[in-house]
Design a protein around this ligand. Structure first.
Ligand code: SF4
Length: 205
Protein backbone atom coordinates (compact mmCIF):
# COMPACT_ATOMS: atom_id res chain seq x y z
CA UNK A 1 0.00 0.00 0.00
CA UNK A 2 1.34 3.49 -0.82
CA UNK A 3 1.25 6.32 1.70
CA UNK A 4 -1.70 8.72 1.51
CA UNK A 5 -0.52 11.50 -0.82
CA UNK A 6 -0.42 15.12 0.36
CA UNK A 7 -4.11 15.89 0.34
CA UNK A 8 -3.92 18.23 3.32
CA UNK A 9 -6.21 15.83 5.19
CA UNK A 10 -4.88 13.36 7.76
CA UNK A 11 -6.83 10.85 9.90
CA UNK A 12 -6.53 11.89 13.52
CA UNK A 13 -7.12 9.50 16.41
CA UNK A 14 -6.29 12.04 19.11
CA UNK A 15 -4.24 15.09 20.01
CA UNK A 16 -3.19 15.32 23.64
CA UNK A 17 -0.73 17.05 25.95
CA UNK A 18 1.35 14.77 28.15
CA UNK A 19 4.93 13.73 28.85
CA UNK A 20 7.10 11.62 26.61
CA UNK A 21 7.26 8.36 28.54
CA UNK A 22 9.75 6.46 26.40
CA UNK A 23 13.30 6.67 25.16
CA UNK A 24 15.70 9.60 24.96
CA UNK A 25 13.20 12.38 25.75
CA UNK A 26 11.57 10.45 28.57
CA UNK A 27 10.01 12.83 31.10
CA UNK A 28 9.81 15.77 28.68
CA UNK A 29 6.45 17.50 28.16
CA UNK A 30 5.11 17.13 24.63
CA UNK A 31 1.98 17.29 22.54
CA UNK A 32 1.15 14.01 20.83
CA UNK A 33 -0.65 13.74 17.52
CA UNK A 34 -1.78 10.18 16.98
CA UNK A 35 -2.56 9.38 13.35
CA UNK A 36 -4.90 6.65 12.16
CA UNK A 37 -3.74 3.80 9.94
CA UNK A 38 -1.31 0.92 10.45
CA UNK A 39 -0.86 -2.41 8.70
CA UNK A 40 2.34 -3.57 10.40
CA UNK A 41 0.34 -6.00 12.54
CA UNK A 42 2.29 -6.31 15.82
CA UNK A 43 0.29 -8.89 17.79
CA UNK A 44 1.01 -7.07 21.07
CA UNK A 45 0.04 -3.63 19.75
CA UNK A 46 -1.70 -1.48 22.39
CA UNK A 47 -3.13 0.88 19.75
CA UNK A 48 -5.08 -1.59 17.62
CA UNK A 49 -7.99 0.83 17.48
CA UNK A 50 -5.81 3.09 15.35
CA UNK A 51 -5.19 0.51 12.61
CA UNK A 52 -8.13 1.36 10.36
CA UNK A 53 -7.62 4.93 9.22
CA UNK A 54 -11.22 5.12 8.02
CA UNK A 55 -12.46 4.91 11.60
CA UNK A 56 -11.09 8.40 12.26
CA UNK A 57 -11.94 11.88 11.06
CA UNK A 58 -9.71 13.23 8.27
CA UNK A 59 -8.65 16.65 9.51
CA UNK A 60 -7.09 19.56 7.62
CA UNK A 61 -3.43 20.23 8.43
CA UNK A 62 -4.15 23.86 9.40
CA UNK A 63 -6.71 22.66 11.95
CA UNK A 64 -4.31 20.08 13.38
CA UNK A 65 -1.60 22.74 13.79
CA UNK A 66 -4.08 25.15 15.39
CA UNK A 67 -5.18 22.52 17.89
CA UNK A 68 -1.57 21.57 18.70
CA UNK A 69 -0.19 25.07 19.30
CA UNK A 70 -2.77 25.67 22.06
CA UNK A 71 -0.41 23.77 24.36
CA UNK A 72 2.83 25.26 25.74
CA UNK A 73 5.07 22.25 24.95
CA UNK A 74 7.92 22.86 22.50
CA UNK A 75 7.93 19.29 21.27
CA UNK A 76 5.24 17.76 19.08
CA UNK A 77 5.43 13.98 18.71
CA UNK A 78 3.76 12.50 15.64
CA UNK A 79 2.84 8.92 16.44
CA UNK A 80 0.29 6.30 15.45
CA UNK A 81 -0.62 3.93 14.08
CA UNK A 82 2.13 4.17 11.53
CA UNK A 83 2.45 7.90 10.76
CA UNK A 84 4.49 7.40 7.57
CA UNK A 85 1.48 5.88 5.84
CA UNK A 86 0.62 9.56 5.23
CA UNK A 87 2.62 12.32 3.62
CA UNK A 88 3.84 14.43 6.54
CA UNK A 89 5.50 17.24 4.57
CA UNK A 90 2.69 19.72 5.04
CA UNK A 91 2.07 18.90 8.69
CA UNK A 92 5.72 19.18 9.75
CA UNK A 93 6.09 22.42 7.74
CA UNK A 94 3.10 23.89 9.58
CA UNK A 95 4.36 22.82 12.99
CA UNK A 96 7.88 24.12 12.36
CA UNK A 97 6.48 27.42 11.13
CA UNK A 98 4.62 27.64 14.45
CA UNK A 99 7.95 27.20 16.26
CA UNK A 100 7.48 23.58 17.34
CA UNK A 101 10.08 20.82 17.34
CA UNK A 102 8.89 17.91 15.24
CA UNK A 103 9.52 14.41 16.59
CA UNK A 104 8.50 11.24 14.79
CA UNK A 105 7.79 7.78 16.20
CA UNK A 106 7.75 5.22 13.45
CA UNK A 107 8.33 1.61 12.53
CA UNK A 108 9.97 2.89 9.35
CA UNK A 109 7.84 0.55 7.25
CA UNK A 110 6.92 3.35 4.80
CA UNK A 111 9.04 5.92 2.96
CA UNK A 112 10.11 8.90 5.05
CA UNK A 113 8.29 12.20 4.52
CA UNK A 114 8.31 15.42 6.54
CA UNK A 115 11.10 17.50 8.14
CA UNK A 116 12.15 16.22 11.53
CA UNK A 117 14.10 17.46 14.52
CA UNK A 118 14.15 13.95 15.92
CA UNK A 119 13.29 10.49 14.66
CA UNK A 120 12.65 7.56 16.96
CA UNK A 121 12.74 4.37 14.91
CA UNK A 122 11.06 1.37 16.47
CA UNK A 123 11.48 -1.30 13.79
CA UNK A 124 9.24 -4.34 13.79
CA UNK A 125 10.09 -7.82 12.57
CA UNK A 126 6.69 -8.03 10.91
CA UNK A 127 7.53 -5.36 8.30
CA UNK A 128 11.12 -4.21 7.86
CA UNK A 129 12.02 -0.52 7.72
CA UNK A 130 13.01 1.26 4.53
CA UNK A 131 16.79 1.57 4.43
CA UNK A 132 16.86 5.38 4.08
CA UNK A 133 15.53 5.94 7.60
CA UNK A 134 18.35 4.27 9.52
CA UNK A 135 20.94 6.99 8.96
CA UNK A 136 18.44 9.73 9.90
CA UNK A 137 17.42 8.10 13.16
CA UNK A 138 18.24 9.79 16.48
CA UNK A 139 17.14 6.88 18.61
CA UNK A 140 16.54 3.21 17.96
CA UNK A 141 13.94 1.68 20.26
CA UNK A 142 13.49 -2.08 20.25
CA UNK A 143 10.44 -3.57 21.94
CA UNK A 144 11.51 -6.76 23.68
CA UNK A 145 8.90 -9.50 23.78
CA UNK A 146 11.17 -12.54 23.87
CA UNK A 147 14.86 -13.46 23.81
CA UNK A 148 15.12 -13.42 20.03
CA UNK A 149 14.46 -9.67 20.18
CA UNK A 150 17.99 -9.11 21.52
CA UNK A 151 19.38 -10.69 18.34
CA UNK A 152 17.04 -8.48 16.30
CA UNK A 153 18.15 -5.43 18.32
CA UNK A 154 21.81 -6.02 17.52
CA UNK A 155 21.02 -6.60 13.85
CA UNK A 156 19.14 -3.28 13.72
CA UNK A 157 21.81 -1.40 15.70
CA UNK A 158 24.36 -2.24 12.98
CA UNK A 159 22.32 -0.17 10.51
CA UNK A 160 22.04 3.13 12.42
CA UNK A 161 24.70 5.84 12.79
CA UNK A 162 27.22 5.69 15.63
CA UNK A 163 25.57 8.73 17.26
CA UNK A 164 22.18 7.02 17.44
CA UNK A 165 20.91 6.31 20.98
CA UNK A 166 19.98 2.69 21.60
CA UNK A 167 17.03 1.62 23.79
CA UNK A 168 15.51 -1.69 24.84
CA UNK A 169 11.92 -1.47 26.09
CA UNK A 170 9.93 -4.34 27.58
CA UNK A 171 6.67 -5.11 25.83
CA UNK A 172 4.17 -3.92 28.45
CA UNK A 173 2.31 -7.19 29.06
CA UNK A 174 5.63 -9.07 29.44
CA UNK A 175 7.47 -6.49 31.54
CA UNK A 176 7.67 -8.60 34.69
CA UNK A 177 9.48 -11.42 32.92
CA UNK A 178 11.45 -9.35 30.42
CA UNK A 179 12.67 -6.37 32.46
CA UNK A 180 15.25 -8.27 34.55
CA UNK A 181 16.65 -9.79 31.35
CA UNK A 182 16.93 -6.33 29.76
CA UNK A 183 18.65 -4.91 32.85
CA UNK A 184 21.13 -7.76 32.78
CA UNK A 185 21.73 -7.20 29.05
CA UNK A 186 22.30 -3.45 29.45
CA UNK A 187 24.82 -4.12 32.20
CA UNK A 188 26.74 -6.39 29.83
CA UNK A 189 26.36 -4.17 26.75
CA UNK A 190 26.41 -0.58 28.04
CA UNK A 191 25.79 1.02 24.65
CA UNK A 192 22.13 0.14 25.30
CA UNK A 193 19.71 1.89 27.70
CA UNK A 194 16.47 0.74 29.31
CA UNK A 195 13.28 2.50 28.16
CA UNK A 196 10.36 2.18 30.55
CA UNK A 197 7.05 3.74 29.34
CA UNK A 198 6.97 5.90 32.46
CA UNK A 199 3.67 7.52 31.39
CA UNK A 200 1.98 4.20 32.13
CA UNK A 201 3.51 4.03 35.62
CA UNK A 202 2.42 7.56 36.51
CA UNK A 203 -0.91 6.84 34.81
CA UNK A 204 -1.00 9.68 32.39
CA UNK A 205 -1.84 9.16 28.76
S1 SF4 B 1 3.67 -0.49 14.25
FE1 SF4 B 1 2.91 0.44 16.14
S2 SF4 B 1 0.72 0.92 15.75
FE2 SF4 B 1 1.42 -0.50 14.15
S3 SF4 B 1 0.85 -2.54 14.91
FE3 SF4 B 1 2.98 -2.18 15.53
S4 SF4 B 1 2.86 -1.26 17.59
FE4 SF4 B 1 0.80 -1.10 16.65
Amino acid sequence: MNPTPGTGLIPIVEIFHSIQGEGYFSGTPAVFIRLGGCDVGCHWCDEKNSWDKNNWPFVRVEKIVKETVKYPADIVVITGGEPLMHSLNELTAGLRKAGKRTHLETSGAYPLSGRWDWICLSPKKFMSPHNEIYRKTGELKIIVYNKDDFRWAEEQAKKVSRKCKLFLQPEWSRKKAVLPVIVNYVQKFPEWRVSMQIHKYVQVK
